[in-house]
Ligand binder design. Structure first.
Ligand code: GDP
Ligand code: MG
Length: 361
């Protein structure tokens, strides 16, 4: 069994609710052929690169990745789904040395924003560390702007203590190797990941966020929104992939993130089953409120075709629903302005001018 690039989405999303090729075409037109940032997926064979790409961006369920065939050529996947998240993911087969003179390594690494190096934590990782070092050294020489993201992957098979110990060990060895090579300035970020839980989405969110130039503006808007509306935590989600492209500046609790991901699934599922239209499970009318038995309310609103705001708030604060709705409209308007600026390329930072009413408790 194998997956081809044009295969439709599986799982709870209906046909047409994926990253369809038609989006790609129109986006290329709209952006005037502008280069999209590229994320490279590298690592040894069977480390889990293709699985990560399929699970995060093509809704393949984790169990189905057991049947993935090994990749023999570079697989390019265009994820130009919104003005904020426009990038390509290149899955590079593990057994090929792309720094070999037969490859145009300048071209591969030159336009690359982030390089994700996947290490199988369930396997002996010494060979992977050697390859990591080789990759970082060469790629950095070609393009010093690349962000190196190390996914210590398949940690679902490890106990908690072992996870921490593995991360510490890999971190130490990788950094020592770089130091020995005089490359201590190169920064590596480490993430513990597994396709069997939300950690892979969380890690990918962080990688993508580093490539979004408007991130500080988005974060700021979310901060203004939550502080004026009595909201505990707010995420701006890319609905199809469920990666969050921004959140307010309070720390992210994994459980909150999972709760918000689940809410998106619930809303899309209900909309698919009972929705009156066939052409989309998410549109400008999409909104939902879920009250939990923990005195917590989940609040979801459509921001644009691809983005949703999902918030967590205490039930007491939800009494002022009108205020929250009003503030949300200001937030939405500001986001649209950020988009317009990007599209018109008229200037760098036109920040929200929508006034937000204050919430006084
Ligand atoms: N336990 C576990 N297995 C995984 C995970 N990610 C991938 N795998 C398995 O690892 C194997 C190799 O995956 P694949 O994506 O083909 O690796 P690639 O060669 O790096 O592209 C497959 O059997 C996957 O099911 C994970 O997070 N946990
Ligand atoms: Mg592969």
């Amino acid at each position: 069994m194998s997956y081809t690039e044009d295969e439709q989405v599986v799982g709870s999303f209906p046909k047409g609710f994926g990253y369809g090729p038609e989006e790609t075409d129109s986006d290329i037109g709209a952006s005037g052929g502008e280069e999209k940032p590229r994320i490279l997926l590298m690592g040894l064979r069977r480390s889990g690169k293709s699985s990560i790409q399929k699970v995060v961006f093509h809704k393949v369920s984790p169990n189905e990745t057991l049947f993935l065939e090994s990749t023999n050529k570079i697989v390019k996947d265009d994820v130009s789904n919104s003005s904020f998240v426009r990038f390509q993911i290149w899955d590079l087969p593990g057994h090929i040395d792309f720094f070999d003179p037969t490859f145009d390594s300048e071209n591969i690494f030159g336009g690359c924003g982030a390089l994700i190096f996947v290490i199988d934590a369930q396997d002996d990782y010494m060979d992977a560390l050697v390859r990591l070092h080789h990759t970082v050294e060469r790629a950095h020489k070609i393009n010093s702007q690349i962000k190196f993201e190390i996914f210590i992957h398949k940690v679902d098979g490890l106990l908690d203590d072992h996870k921490i110990e593995t991360q510490r060990d890999i971190h130490q060895r990788a950094c020592d190797d770089l130091e020995d090579a005089g490359l201590e300035k190169v920064n590596l970020s480490f993430h513990l990941t597994s396709i069997y839980d939300h950690s892979i989405f969380e890690a990918f969110s962080k990688v993508v966020q580093k490539l979004i130039p408007q991130l500080p503006i988005l974060e700021n808007l979310l901060n203004i929104l939550i502080s004026n509306s009595g909201i505990e935590k707010a995420f701006l989600f890319d609905v199809v992939s469920k990666i969050y492209i921004a959140t307010d500046s309070s720390p992210v609790d994994m459980q909150c993130y999972e709760l918000c991901c689940d809410m998106i699934d619930v809303v899309i599922d209900i909309s698919c089953i009972y929705g009156s239209r066939d052409d989309g499970a998410f549109d400008d009318q999409s909104a939902a409120i879920i009250k939990l038995n923990t005195n917590t309310v989940l609040y979801l609103r459509e921001v644009n075709k691809y983005l949703a705001l999902v918030c967590i708030l205490r039930e007491d604060n939800y009494n002022k629903q009108g205020l929250i709705d009003y503030n949300f409209h200001c937030f939405r308007k500001s986001i649209q302005e950020v988009f317009e600026v990007q599209q018109n390329k008229t200037g760098e930072s036109l920040v929200a001018n929508g006034t937000v009413r204050s919430h006084k408790t």
